[in-house]
Design a protein around this ligand. Sequence first.
Ligand code: ADP
Ligand code: ADP
Length: 224
Amino acid sequence: TTLLEVRDLFKTYGAGDTATRVLRGLSLHLEEGELAALLGPSGSGKSTLLTILGTLMKPTSGSYTMLGQDMIAANDAELTEFRNAHIGFVFQFHNLLPDFTALENVVFPSAVRAGRETPAARARGRDLLKRMGLADRIDYPTANLSGGQKQRVAVARALMNSPELVLADEPTGNLDRASATQVMELLSEINREEGTTFLISTHDEKIAAACQRQIVVVDGNVTG
Ligand code: ADP
Ligand code: ADP
């Protein structure tokens, strides 16, 4: 089944002499259950593409559907609802709440949206943190965690709601080799077990090689 169908996407920042034309007719198809790496030089538009696919920014032109739904036609309320229900984000600036514990950070966003926090949700949050290698940090305020540990909390938070699609922007960018491998192994495991689709931007060749598919952004379009 098609998860994502992107057609002829353009994104230009600014206007006139200082306009930056980033995406230039980009088209892309993702099947449900794909584990795909998004590659390309710095400044090629990977973050721009992930931000648009995450419905956090509109493209200049072009169209895309997710799970059969037209994202260009959707209004802001519909986009927020869709995003909350179907998309998990791991972005570089992970916005964890420093005074809250790792578990609270993982469980709160979905609990707030659901209007209640269930024992099952807490159990999944704990399980994800354990699988992230953070068993002994579950009840620590995230202010007291290292950068790599915070990033793993952010990954667990993105997976909490069992989203169909996870968009990850350099999820292992600030991790050492061992932590990066551990994070990637968990993402692969979730992909196999839950059928979650992943689009992961990375500069790390080992991470890219661990994905089933490599999508390369070149001149505002993709190959692969
Ligand atoms: P990547 O993630 O591949 O490094 P980005 O999508 O972050 O690429 O950036 C692509 C280009 O768009 C860069 O030239 C960057 O400077 C420019 N850019 C990104 N965000 C903005 C913005 N908000 N305003 C203006 N230019 C931007
Ligand atoms: P709401 O306030 O209705 O929850 P938001 O747009 O604030 O809607 O956020 C919806 C989801 O998108 C949240 O899970 C949030 O973490 C994520 N999100 C929003 N903005 C960003 C962003 N700039 N980078 C990464 N994730 C974001």
